[in-house]
Design a binder for this molecule. Structure first.
Ligand code: FMN
Length: 474
């Protein structure tokens, strides 16, 4: 019995503020308070050991960036759109500038409850962010009007033929019928279980899930480790181009990083053919999942900083970074960590578990059992009763707004207008002594390509800006 209730006893009574993983009490508390617009400050100074190994320092400017009266951030302190436009370089028909640099990462209806998905979708609409569908297809709960990135993996849920193969016809129909889909993401892998297929047990396949995913009620469905639509890097690029041509949307890939040979091949193909993904989402090995074997979650693929730095360097060495929007995910939903990610070359952040926490997840870590006590990661109607999407969507939106406001303030403190201006030398990582603490550039051995940023005003006037900013008033 003690073994069973041990985690709860430790979480609430024994563990200190900075001890727990994946997210410690201070991190969770910051998300909860930000989402509720409560006081998220701490008094008396930091309780962190700032001399600890791997601690991040952001170098502030002597005189911070000053915002003038007519600056977009004077009116809206949380306005930070992406500084790059997805699909601009490849001249897609419908390029997209995400109107928020923080967005909801891939999580399916099926792994999350209907009420949770509805709260996230209504929340991104309020925060002018986007909502990534996850692998489980586009559900009615993704369709409350927030920008959507349609994501699919090897199961091609929602866009598959009866034999499980990919259907371009279904994807085109889906995109045409749902103009709020602004981009398509092909999942190659995710940090928690790269290269691992999965089985969706028949017992979990209700009529509703079967309809959305295009599978049969009550019958086990296999998500194989490999895609059947392509089998090598050249074919993958052709597949990306075919989707972009047929839908007009920017197309990206999501992956956790390990070996680099095939990425090198991709970069070479992009260089020679002038084709390729419009965005790349790099997921860290510390990333979350609805369910994964610990051997995978703990050991397969690199943590975000190592994976991202390896990948960015590779694309930078081939002069390709400017045409790709880099998205980072893996516990990056905290302003200082995001500043570091931007300094390393990320253009946007995706958050999954942080978004779950903002709508009530208590990190019970039992997403795989269907018994999530907060109603976020379960299909039990009874457990979902605790979620009021009107309230929870406010919470998600408020978390995003607070996050963006704090990131903007950190950016100004470093003397910049937009976080895309962070450079590797602006952030240091502690390796135990200031003489040894290294700027990111020396730690990861590259400098990021400057993002061609003009001003926040220009971003605000951009015709490709997502969210509701440039939509005519109804
Ligand atoms: C409940 C849950 C479901 C997820 N489902 C997917 C998925 O369908 N496809 C995918 O690529 N990643 C999926 N992920 C991974 C997240 O999108 C994200 O990449 C990862 O959790 C890192 O972000 P985080 O640290 O902010 O949680 C899922 C994560 C969680 C927690």
């Amino acid at each position: 019995m003690l073994e069973k209730i041990g985690p709860e006893l430790r979480q609430y009574l024994v563990a200190n503020n900075r001890e727990e993983l994946p997210f410690n009490r201070i991190e969770r508390g910051w998300i909860y308070a930000s989402a509720k617009k409560e006081n998220n400050y701490e008094g008396f100074g930091t309780d962190r050991d700032i001399y600890a190994h791997q601690h991040i320092f952001i170098n502030n400017a002597m005189i911070p960036y000053k915002i003038e009266e007519d600056h977009p951030n004077t009116l809206d302190k949380s306005f930070i759109p992406c500084a790059k436009v997805m699909g601009a370089y490849n001249k897609r028909k419908r390029p997209y500038r995400p109107a928020s640099i923080i967005n909801v990462s891939a999580m399916s209806f099926g792994s999350l409850s209907a009420k949770a998905i509805e709260s996230l979708n209504k929340g991104v609409k309020k925060a002018n962010a986007y909502h990534n569908t996850g692998e489980g297809g586009l559900s009615p709960y993704h369709s409350y009007g927030g920008d959507v990135v349609f994501h699919f993996g090897t199961g091609y849920f929602g866009v598959r033929n009866d034999d499980g193969s990919f259907s371009m016809e279904k994807l085109v129909k889906l995109v045409q019928a749902n103009p709020f889909i602004r981009a398509v993401e092909i999942k190659l892998s995710q940090g928690a279980k790269p290269g691992k297929g999965g089985v969706l047990p028949g017992s979990k396949i209700t009529k509703e899930i079967a309809n959305i995913r295009g599978v049969k009620v009550g019958k086990d469905v296999l998500s194989p480790p490999n895609h059947s639509a392509f089998s090598n890097v050249t074919e993958m690029v052709d597949f990306i181009e075919a989707i972009a041509d047929a839908t007009g949307l920017p197309v990206g890939i999501k992956a956790a990083i390990g070996k680099l040979e095939q990425w090198e091949e991709l970069a070479n193909i992009m260089k020679t053919t002038n084709k390729g993904p419009d965005f790349i989402t790099v997921d860290g090995g510390e990333g979350g999942t609805g369910a994964a074997p610990p051997s995978f979650a703990d050991h397969v693929s690199l943590p975000w900083v190592y994976g991202f730095s390896d990948l960015y360097k590779l694309f930078k060495n081939k002069d390709l970074t400017e045409r790709i929007v880099f998205i980072g995910s893996g516990k990056l939903g905290f302003p200082a960590k995001a500043a570091m990610a931007f300094a390393m070359g990320a253009d946007c952040i995706n958050v999954a578990r942080e978004a779950m926490m903002s709508i009530g997840c208590i990190q019970a870590q039992i997403c795989h059992t269907n018994r999530c006590p907060s109603g976020v990661a379960t299909q039990s109607k009874w457990l979902q009763n605790g979620i009021d999407p009107t309230l929870k969507s406010e919470r998600l939106a408020q978390y995003f707004k607070t996050f963006r406001k704090e990131l903007t303030e950190i950016t100004h403190s470093a003397g910049y207008e937009h976080p895309c201006q962070f450079k590797m030398r602006d952030i240091e990582i502690n390796v135990d002594d200031h003489n040894l603490s290294k700027e990111l550039a020396r730690t990861y051995m590259y400098n990021k390509t400057p993002v061609p940023f003009t001003s926040m005003k220009d971003l605000k006037e951009c015709v490709y800006l997502g969210g509701d900013y440039n939509k005519p008033n109804p």
